[in-house]
Design a protein around this ligand. Structure first.
Ligand code: G3P
Ligand code: CA
Length: 337
């Protein structure tokens, strides 16, 4: 048995073991309802994988999310120096990998989307260099038991994982890529959109009915993408002017739905009356996916009195079409109640 085989096997074995675990009972809703038809039940979207349980954006975290019942896994995408898309929440990777210990001298400072940031950036590393890194949990109050074990995956590897898990489990496993800092990456000659579309085409996923959503906080790249692909697009929104009825009607000219902060839906304080965002978006013909459900006290709105299931139930009552959660198992539990 060759050393290369052993090293590859060691890397993927935990994922394969997870993939072979018993599948949970199928959910009642199809992963992707046909265009023009309402969602039967909200989609469960594994935010950065099962990121409450494993370091975010790792194949192992995505596989665990699928085992827990997620319909979609969510890779945030940034580029390497050699133009390969990898799954990281931001291009600065000091907080989620061991890059500081392995490449101390490569620390630098740059301005990204108006913010001055010190650290290590994916666009300064080749894929071969990033392959030497291991992921770690970013939040101090979450488990660090898996730090140092898992690699930084490429987008192509995420697509291959979703495909193999879907075949194994007899259901589609959706992929929900987010273009991170798309204007910045285009400005340095490493556009996100081109390799994203290439990868989707290679995997036969550049179709309107593919189990794929492409999301972005920027609207410029989504407007262009709407002329280049039939894959459903999701406009991420985070401010009041973005969700007026008129603004939503404009979004509906190029996107399938909006990804909204939960606080934009239920209001900011404990006693707030839910907003009309979902009704207004539905009136404009848009679906609404809410981010991000997280049970820890620092994140969970006080209105739920420490009960994350109550948050799921309220958003369902309000008519949400999809839920991004760090703990997909909790979202699934909430949807069953
Ligand atoms: O993409 C939905 C949600 O993930 C947006 O927030 O910062 O976690 O990418 P972020
Ligand atoms: Ca995201």
């Amino acid at each position: 048995m060759s050393i290369r085989f052993l090293s590859v096997f060691r890397r993927v074995a935990p994922t394969l073991l997870l993939a072979c675990a018993p599948a949970r009972a199928p959910r009642s809703a199809p992963v992707m309802p046909p265009l023009g038809q309402p969602t039967v039940a909200p989609l469960v979207i594994a935010h950065r994988g099962a990121s409450g349980h494993r370091p975010e954006h790792t194949l192992e975290g995505y596989a665990l999310a699928v085992q827990m019942g997620a319909d979609f896994i969510e890779p945030d995408l940034v580029s390497t120096k050699d133009g390969v898309l990898v799954a990281r929440h931001e291009n600065e990777i000091g907080g989620t990998t061991d890059v500081a210990a392995k490449f101390a001298s490569r620390k630098t400072r740059k301005v990204v989307d108006g913010d001055t940031i010190s650290g290590w950036f994916t666009e300064d590393f080749t894929l071969a260099e990033l392959r030497t890194l291991r992921a770690k949990e970013r939040l101090p109050f979450r488990s660090h038991a898996y730090d140092g074990q898992y690699a930084v995956p490429t987008f192509v590897e995420v697509l291959a994982l979703a495909d193999s898990l879907g075949r194994r489990r007899g259901r589609a496993v959706g992929v929900y890529p987010e273009t991170k800092h798309p204007t910045y990456f285009r400005s340095i000659g490493l556009p996100i959109e081109d390799p994203l579309l290439r990868a989707l085409r290679t995997h036969g996923l550049d179709r309107a009915d593919a189990p794929v959503f492409i999301q972005s906080f920027e609207s410029g790249n989504l407007r262009v993408l709407s002329t280049q692909t039939r894959v459903r697009l999701i406009q991420l929104v985070s401010s009041a002017p973005q969700v007026t009825p008129a603004a939503l009607r404009d979004i509906a000219t190029y996107a399938y739905g909006v990804g909204a902060n939960t606080r934009q839906i239920v209001g900011e304080d404990s006693a707030a009356v839910p907003t009309s965002l979902i009704a207004d978006a539905h009136a404009a013909g848009l679906r609404v996916h809410a981010w991000t459900l997280r049970p820890e006290p620092v994140f969970l709105a006080k209105r739920y009195r420490g009960d994350p299931i109550a948050e799921v139930r309220e958003l369902v009552r309000l008519g949400v079409d999809g839920l991004f959660g760090d703990y997909p198992d909790q979202v699934v539990t909430g949807l069953r109640k």
